[in-house]
Design a protein around this ligand. Structure first.
Ligand code: 5GP
Ligand code: MN
Length: 325
């Protein structure tokens, strides 16, 4: 079991003793980033620590997760006073902090809690556990040494982190420990029905129209080993949808049978964000890094300048069945 950094006691000590803490997740925050940030905020608040949860990109608030406790506390990083401790959650490197990177650098101490295998240990204190399915799971396991009693609100935040990063308890990272930790969270007050419904069954009509477009475009390539689709800013105008509502759309592309890898391209204002998923063990994190991105072996992403056709044309050859593999 490869763990990066120090032990849980050192992380707990750095957080418990802090006069002020700013907590932040990665840009384009997913359920793990938002759940971990809000869970950590509530946990530190319960210890009497002065804590502010922030967004790495205030223009892209993760409204999908507005149902989570503590969501209204989220603030833009711009204009905040540098804290004594900057707690980065689900963040493998400083640039992934987006607009909050300067605030992190200006703080007295950066503490990192993460589960990305490519975590660069950029903090003064680092607790990165690539064997964990979600950062929210790592945080949950830290609560006893932090001296935090898990409230139903903290449990709900960590549960959403774990549910989303395991693809609703279905991806290859779903093991017995995931179910044991999830069971603990449910015992502490997380409600599986409520959190599932709020996350996956609360789509807007615009999101349904976006889903329809993504489904209608699913393309099978590389001799049947890859499936992909795309969303453009024109689609957002047409459907009145917002980019935040595209977060889980790559999940519908991965429902295609017989493929090794899938991806969803989201193009806006001259650049494209790509969400890559591997179903059969191809390390797509390594492929994402070739484009300046990163992530896990089975779930990764990158952003590239250029058109949709450019991005698809340069990515397909590197994926299973591609001629540049
Ligand atoms: P998603 O496709 O859901 O945006 O991201 C999947 C995984 O890849 C997440 O762990 C996310 O943090 C990571 N990821 C996505 N885009 C990038 C990127 O541009 N750089 C890095 N380092 N990781 C990324
Ligand atoms: Mn994560």
């Amino acid at each position: 079991m490869r763990r990066i950094g120090v032990d849980a006691a050192a992380v707990s000590e750095a957080l418990r003793g802090a006069r002020s803490v700013v907590v932040c997740g990665h840009v384009n925050p997913d359920g793990d980033a938002v759940g971990s940030v809000l869970g950590a905020t509530l946990a530190l608040q319960s210890l009497g620590v002065e804590v502010v949860p922030t967004l790495a990109d205030a223009k892209a608030a993760p409204v999908l997760y507005a149902f989570l406790p503590g969501f209204p506390l989220l603030q833009a990083a711009e204009g905040l006073e540098p804290p004594e401790v900057f707690l980065a959650l689900d963040v493998p490197s400083l640039p992934r902090l987006g607009a909050a990177e300067g605030l992190a650098r200006a703080s007295s101490r950066i503490v990192v809690i993460d589960h990305h295998p490519d975590n660069g240990s950029f903090g003064a204190v680092n607790w990165a556990d690539p064997t964990a399915a979600a950062t929210g799971q790592t945080l949950w396991r830290l609560l006893p040494s932090l001296g935090v009693k898990p409230t139903p609100e903290i449990a709900r935040c960590c549960y959403v982190a774990l549910m989303t990063d395991t693809g609703r308890f279905s991806y290859g990272n779903t093991d017995a420990d995931v179910f044991r930790d999830a069971a603990e969270m449910v015992s502490a007050g997380a409600d599986p029905f409520h959190t599932y419904t709020a996350t996956y069954e609360s789509q807007s009509a615009a999101a349904m129209r976006l889903l329809g477009l993504v489904l209608s475009r699913v393309t099978i390539a590389n001799g049947g080993l890859v499936a992909y689709s795309w969303v453009t800013d024109g689609d957002l105008d047409e459907t009145h949808g917002i980019m935040a509502e595209t977060e889980n759309l790559v999940d519908v592309v991965r429902t295609v049978g017989g493929v090794d890898a899938v991806f969803l391209v989201k193009c806006a204002e001259g650049s494209c964000r790509v969400s890559l998923r591997s179903k059969t063990g191809t390390d797509i994190g390594e492929i994402a890094r070739r484009f300046g991105g990163g992530g896990h072996a089975a779930a990764a992403g990158f952003t590239a300048e250029g058109s949709l056709d450019d991005v698809v044309g340069s990515l397909l050859p590197l994926l299973p069945g591609g001629d540049g593999e």
